[in-house]
Ligand binder design. Sequence first.
Ligand code: NAG
Ligand code: NAG
Ligand code: NAG
Length: 390
Amino acid sequence: MAPSTTCRLFAGLLVVLWSGRLYANGCFSSIISFGDSIADTGNLKHLASVSDVFFPCVPPYGESFNHQSTGRCSNGRLIIDFLAEILGLPMIPPYFGIKGSGSVVASRQGMNYAVAGSTAIDSSFVEAIASGSVVINGSLGVQLGWFKQSLPSLCGNTTSDCRDYIGRSLILMGEIGGNDYNIPLSKGKSIDDVRSYVPLVIDTIISTINELIEMGAQTLVIPGNFPIGCCPSYLTTIVSEKEGYDPLTGCLTELNEFSEYHNQMLQTKLNQIRELNPNVVVIYADYYNAAMQIYNSPDEYGFTNGALKACCGCGGPYNYNASARCGDASTTLCDEPDKYVSWDGVHLTEAAYKLISKSLFQGPYTTPEFYSLCPRPSTSQGTVGLSSSI
Ligand SMILES: *[C@@H]1O[C@H](CO)[C@@H](O)[C@H](O)[C@H]1NC(C)=O
Ligand SMILES: *[C@@H]1O[C@H](CO)[C@@H](O)[C@H](O)[C@H]1NC(C)=O
Ligand SMILES: *[C@@H]1O[C@H](CO)[C@@H](O)[C@H](O)[C@H]1NC(C)=O
């Protein structure tokens, strides 16, 4: 065989491999998102407008986003917004439209089912373990039900069309599970008590992933939990001995170890899914370490007001007060939110989410690396603006 023929064959093979890779891994025609306030772009706001559900993320939430209170629990955009931008997709609409009552948004480019305050496990179960709390009826199982109901408007009425649609979508599964722990902890359950719920939370996430794979999902991003020991809310409500704080960051060690425990168990189960479904791309998104890089050296990333003090609050060492939270009349807003990691003591600022998004989707904090699976679409070059500004 002449060398040139070999070369051409080899080049042809590369093209086939490359296009196969592009097909299997996206780049994606849509994003389907499940989760809680980390990803909610308006669902709880809508639910509160039609029922007696409480919606806390009122102005000044959204103040860096053309002063629009969109229902996002931050001053501006969330990780899911930056992910959409990186993929060259428009912002993903909330399943429940936020304008007219009862309107359900239809969009072939994706749908967001995440609801602020929601848990992975059934809300009634969480209410039972954290007696006295009211949990939004929007657990993962309920969100999956909404997704199934909306399939006709997303992809038509045939199973094969929907398999194809789901296969070409990027599924963002979370962050979810944080509230399964936050709610009992806020009702006085001990960390040891809450640790015993971790297997149930993980099983719920895993069985939802398995169901989506059965429906045709090909690429899923599954975030772990954040380092909750660095939240001003916990730093305010949990008073610890000096040894309880990480000397470098000032975060609560036991709570961060708890988050890592959840994340370890999640990753072990994700490995099992990968073994059983070698054709499905299961991506772990390491929210914990992507956030820890900021807590470890906030100044380096421009968070010069310290990493552990909320921007919006009404005083105290961490600018957090559980009985007068951001949005209440008594709270004040910091001058430069971009220099804070924490927006309200629980949720992060747009600036922190932006840096974390870049670290995840254009950097090393996903396994396998998201960026290597899905090269940036040429049409979006110059519009993302993530690389230039950080
Ligand atoms: C929660 O919502 C689901 C789906 O909308 C519904 O089937 C279920 O009855 C609701 N549960 C409660 C306790 O309201
Ligand atoms: C799906 O079925 C519904 C009700 O049968 C119909 O109104 C709708 O137009 C169908 N959608 C598509 C895309 O065929
Ligand atoms: C928290 O806010 C409440 C209500 O405004 C106030 O009474 C209380 O003193 C505040 N606590 C602290 C520690 O500032």
